[in-house]
Write a protein that binds this ligand. Sequence first.
Ligand SMILES: Cc1ncc(COP(=O)(O)O)c(C=O)c1O
Length: 346
Amino acid sequence: MNIDWSKLGFHYTEPDYIVRAAYHDGAWEEPYATKDKFLHLHVSATCLQYGQEAFEGLKAFRGIDGKIRIFRWRENAKRMKRSAEGLYMQPVPEELFGKAIRLALEKNLDFVPPYGTGATLYFRPLLIGTTPRLGVGPGRDFEFIVIPSPIGPYYPGKFHCTTFIVNRYVDRAAPYGTGQFKVGGNYASSFRATEAAHAMGCDCIFLDAKQHKYIDECSAANFIGIKEVKGDGLQVTGYEYLTPKSSAILPSITNDSLMTLAREMGMKVTRRHIRLEELADMSEAAACGTACVISPIDKVIDTEKGKTYSFGDEPGVVLSQLYHALKDIQYGRAEDKHHWCDVFEI
Ligand SMILES: Cc1ncc(COP(=O)(O)O)c(C=O)c1O
């Protein structure tokens, strides 16, 4: 195996093994590793016919001390359980989820990128309904699969900003729909908007589907805004970390971690509905998620209203501080006070 770690992008590189476990007759089988990357799936499987599927995304990092750290996998297991319940699927028990991730790591150790390359081993857990059905309804058989793949650094050059475009013609998820779950349908339905934005070298902001008034999400990431808190003399006395509250967005594990770090840095953390126009009051803005940790925003362009919100061409100080603080924990360069990482000396 000969991988040029510096040339890896955020795309699939075939690992040696994937891990699988099926659910039949009311019981999960033990997860096992296999080199076979193809499924023998019935054409009428509920995942194909009705989109009965959910997935996750998490990473293993080779740290400064040579140890491997998997970041907050239990939170991914919990979220996948909620997604499974949301789509009437059999949830994967947390213990099985953990066993499968560990097996996927142990069987693909050569694919864990070395420290200093910025590359990581990404895991894509997937849960699909496999029962053949033509009548509309859920299946009773499921397959859980963990697909590992080394991926390159999100920022191969320097930590930089992206421009976002406000989208009003595609709704990613309805207020009481599946937006809070990590299920394929949410992504397929957003492609028309995200691909149009990508064609312009940008990403897109989804607004709440009911009123198109509040910020929901940034493509496949949560939104963060930073507001300066000012004293009587209008000097900056602190910062407020703002993030949307919405029933249609995915509860991001990165956002949750950053909120904890922001509180520890003395920031006020607020989760509430955020009107799009409030961008004008923010000093910094970003998208956040497992892939990028933080993707700072230089501009948000609202073409329909003829308005552009600008945050400067370089990542701001507050978001840069948060970005480095979380990465330092993931790479073992800072104390992991919250026990977010499972450490493997392999
Ligand atoms: C729609 C959406 N929102 C937010 C996130 C960020 O979540 P996390 O930080 O858990 O990766 C993701 C990525 O998983 C996503 O797909």
